[in-house]
Design a protein around this ligand. Structure first.
Ligand code: NAD
Ligand code: DAU
Length: 332
């Protein structure tokens, strides 16, 4: 049994991880989360209260972080400003949380000699051509495109430097696009599902040719647990489940499962600097750690996700109109 400190545990992937850990292991979990617009305590309902604790606070608050890290065995760092579109309109919070917040956490982990796992993204590698036979590997050079991905790249480099210069006991994982329950309605899949529920046509940026490599949030969680357990200190592991799909195909799949015509969507203005394609080669994770994804059927995963949003309107409804109003201002 270990005591995990999970930053950003009230967000999409963090909350999925907390549910997963408390179900699959005997670890205890303390969540540290600022509850920004993206954090939601409702995502942490129904957890065993004897093994779960929630602290509202900022990862950049050094005094608060110091005490919490001292009382943990492992820090699992999910907290971030995570949405590319937001980073294009107001980058500053991305620097404060993703760079300074990570710095504060690794300083505390180094001081107290604690195991640290840093959650990052495939976006640090930039993008690929549609016909590129190569996929991202741990050796791909960093080449981030957006304010979001550049701050994530910066945070990864901080962790690497702290490992080398200070002996920080850290691992890093870079995962592809997640889907599943508890994802904010600003993100692609939940936005389109909740649009259709509301009678609004899905919105495809540009031509819809951009490719994302989809993985279920539970597969991300099992990979992170496996890396914490078996990963080698200082190493980076790419997490992906061979789920490449272009955005047009994803929208058409959602429309099909929601009983709509496959062309019932609109093309809207493209995202500036829009990465064309992400694709992960997760060979190292599979061969060195022995991890395998469990959710290989994207079609079935999307059906389950649609059902979750239909059944949990109370969870997403409060965010929907404000999110759509923001997109409308941007012509998206
Ligand atoms: P999210 O936006 O849904 O959740 C982020 C959480 O962090 C929220 O609960 C928010 O309140 C909290 N937070 C933000 N700033 C904070 C601060 N200063 N102090 C404390 N808490 C703060 O994000 P997500 O999609 O769940 O992503 C989680 C992590 O996974 C991020 O590090 C992201 O870069 C990474 N990641 C995401 C994906 C994806 O597909 N969403 C893929 C790969 C990696
Ligand atoms: O690759 C991992 C990354 O995946 C994470 O690091 C990020 O935190 C996460 O937000 C996600 O980034 P993307 O920018 O790929 O995700 P998003 O859901 O914003 O968009 C997915 C794709 O869909 C992208 O090509 C843009 C497009 N899109 C998005 C929205 C919101 C649309 O076509 N229409 C939309 O309405």
């Amino acid at each position: 049994m270990s005591r995990l400190l999970v930053t950003g545990g009230a967000g999409f992937i963090g909350s999925n991880f907390v549910h997963y850990v408390l179900k699959e292991t005997d670890h205890t979990v303390t969540v540290l989360d600022k509850l920004t617009y993206a954090g939601n305590l409702e995502s942490l309902k129904g957890l065993p209260q004897d093994r779960f604790n929630f602290v509202r606070g900022d990862i950049a608050d050094a005094a608060l972080v110091d005490g919490l890290v001292a009382g943990a065995d492992v820090v699992v760092h999910y907290a971030a400003e995570s949405h590319n579109d937001n980073s294009l309109h107001d980058p500053r919070p991305f620097l404060d949380t993703n760079i300074i917040g990570t710095y504060v956490l690794i300083e505390a982990a180094r001081k107290h000699g604690k195991r640290f796992h840093h959650i990052s993204t495939d976006e640090v590698y930039g993008d690929l051509e549609l016909d590129d036979p190569e996929r991202f590997t741990e050796q791909t050079p960093y080449n981030p495109s957006s304010p979001y991905s550049s701050t994530k790249a910066g945070s990864d480099l901080l962790v690497r430097a702290w490992v080398r210069s200070f002996g920080l006991q850290a691992t890093i994982s870079n995962c592809s696009n997640n889907y599943g329950p508890y994802q904010h309605v600003e993100k692609f899949i939940p936005r389109q599902i909740t649009n259709v529920i509301d009678g609004i046509r899905p919105k495809l940026y540009g031509k819809g040719e951009n490719v994302r490599d989809w993985i279920h949030a539970n597969d991300h969680s099992s990979a992170v647990l496996a890396i914490i357990d078996k990963g080698i200190i200082g190493e980076t592991y790419l997490i992906g489940a061979d789920g490449e799909k272009n955005n047009k195909d994803v929208v058409e799949l959602i429309l099909k499962h929601m009983g709509q015509s496959p062309d019932a969507y609109d093309h809207v203005v493209d995202r500036p600097g829009h990465d064309l394609r992400y694709a992960i080669d997760s060979t190292r994770l599979r061969t060195d750690i022995g991890w395998e994804p469990q959710f290989s059927n994207f079609d079935a995963g999307i059906e389950d996700t649609i059902a979750w949003y239909r059944e949990n309107e109370d969870w997403w409804r409060p965010q929907k109109s404000v999110t759509e109003a923001k997109y409308k201002e941007q012509g998206q």
